[in-house]
Design a protein around this ligand. Structure first.
Ligand code: ADP
Ligand code: MG
Length: 464
């Protein structure tokens, strides 16, 4: 699991906002923000004073949350708090009673003039700056897909359309899609590059239908794209109306010669709950897969990430980690991030012994197989709590059942490659935020609550 420090996160957000906001407003409101924390998907930042907090919330709250979600891949919320008096914080600007900056020397001009350039169609798409072609390590597992993406980015709409990328979790699909977006945008090969997860597309669609907002606005957002990148299409499974909407979007774009890039966790033909007319069109262009990375590629990825962090990671440590985290680049990164953080905090060099110690619970040294199935988890949890699986998957909220469910969420998070939404679906159609919350709660309680600790270690043994 990739972790993001609050500071890194805010840095990326600032970079994005810098390009999308006019200078004075950026200098006044965004640059002085400092990161306080990022826990449980809540990003806390501090601004100079109450008034700045209010402005940041009102004018940038939504986009900061959107960027956070994009960068972290999880639902997020934002809190803006005033910097404590006397703290080495952001510079204080001066305001008159009505909250507008006074004419004092360090205050920029009146805010009314600081027009926030709305994210118009021509605005830079929201993309993670690190997900570029140059930061993508090419190996035998992804070479074909990488080249195809590169070609599509050189001549959008003219080579393969649609381009369909599929592969397991954490193997770089989203990274490559963002890379196409950057490449196209930076080289001005298209004006309107739209990246969206199919979950966001669905929510947008539902929101428009629910609130009776004009559909023309929704259509403008997606049907006027020059390049549409739609991530994790499997999420549309079973959502007939959204699929129909997407079908029309797809047809309109393809007919207009616009580029569509789709990602999925499986090939088109094996997608379940997706209309045949979509599936057949998904296969019309080029279908490219990303396979699990080989040991050499995993080592190359670790080396690259370490050098990005300007850390000299001994080869033996690279191999030690790459040997144990085998099928998911996100986990590989997570292991490295954790090792480097611990090594930094404790000023210990990242040796194999040190890595074995700090990574003990995430590496394959625990004896638990990394690939446990959801079924095995449900069975083990039900057996331990002596409840039926229909009770576990039901809406029953008695303490015991709720606890068993959260423990199942915890195990699913730790030992499967399923996404939060997938885990939620498997556990009785629960929301991804419920899963995230439940799993985090257990993680926190293991250290405090001997009853939970006992349950976890017993169930771990059952899963070995
Ligand atoms: P997916 O969308 O397939 O689940 P992501 O694109 O989110 O996976 O990748 C997970 C993480 O692993 C990202 O931080 C990404 O930058 C990194 N990653 C994946 N593959 C590579 C690669 N070949 N080179 C460098 N980083 C990679
Ligand atoms: Mg992805």
């Amino acid at each position: 699991m990739q972790t993001h420090s609050a500071t890194d996160l805010l840095e990326i957000i600032k970079q994005q906002l810098c390009e999308q906001t006019n200078r004075p407003k950026y200098e006044l409101l965004i640059r002085p923000l400092t990161a306080v924390s990022y826990d449980d998907n809540v990003l806390v930042v501090s601004a100079a004073n109450e008034m700045n907090c209010k402005w940041v919330r009102e004018q940038f709250g939504e986009i900061i949350v959107e960027l956070t979600e994009l960068i972290t891949g999880s639902r997020a919320s934002l809190e803006v708090i005033p910097a404590r008096a006397g703290e080495d914080g952001p510079a204080i600007h001066h305001f008159s009673d009505d909250g507008h900056p006074t004419g004092k020397p360090d205050a920029p001009g009146p805010v009314e003039e600081l027009e926030f350039r709305s994210r118009s169609q021509a605005a830079k798409p929201l993309l993670n700056p690190h997900y570029s072609f140059s930061e993508f390590v090419v190996g035998a597992n992804n070479q074909f897909c990488y080249s195809a993406c590169w070609q599509v980015a050189q001549r959008p709409g003219q080579s393969y359309n649609p381009m369909f990328i599929y592969g397991g979790v954490g193997l770089g699909k989203t990274h490559l899609m963002h890379a196409i977006g950057h490449e196209v945008w930076n080289n001005k090969r298209a004006d309107n590059v739209v990246y969206v997860t199919s979950e966001k597309f669905t929510n947008d669609f539902i929101e428009h239908v629910r609130t009776g907002k004009r559909m023309s606005e929704f259509h403008r957002r997606y049907r006027q794209a020059d390049v549409l990148l739609i991530d994790d299409i499997q999420f549309l499974s079973g959502k007939a109306e959204t699929q129909s909407e997407f079908f029309h979007t797809f047809m309109e774009l393809v007919e207009a010669g616009k580029q569509i890039i789709i990602s999925s966790d499986r090939p088109p033909r094996t997608l379940k709950g997706i209309e045949e007319r979509l599936i057949s069109r998904f296969g019309m262009g080029l279908v490219a897969d990303i396979a699990d990375p080989s040991l050499e590629t995993r080592v190359a990825i670790l080396r690259q990430k370490a050098s990005q962090e300007k850390v000299n990671l001994p080869d033996e440590v690279c191999y030690f980690i790459a040997d144990r985290v085998t099928s998911n680049v996100r986990e590989l990164e997570g292991a490295l991030t954790r090792l480097l953080a611990f090594s930094d905090f404790s000023s210990s060099p990242p040796t194999i012994e040190f890595a074995a110690r700090v990574l003990a619970d995430i590496l394959d040294t625990s004896g638990i197989r990394r690939e446990v199935s959801m079924r095995q988890i449900i069975n083990a949890v039900c057996e331990y709590f002596n409840i039926s699986d229909s009770l576990l998957l039901s809406s029953n909220r008695s303490k015991r059942v709720a606890q068993a469910r959260m423990i199942a969420m915890y195990f699913a998070r730790e030992f499967t490659n399923l996404t939060l939404s997938q885990i939620g679906t498997e556990l009785g159609n629960r929301d991804h935020s419920t899963v995230s919350h439940g799993a985090s709660k257990i993680t926190a309680e293991i250290v405090e609550d001997p009853y939970i600790e006992q349950a976890i270690s017993q169930i771990s043994r059952m899963l070995k």
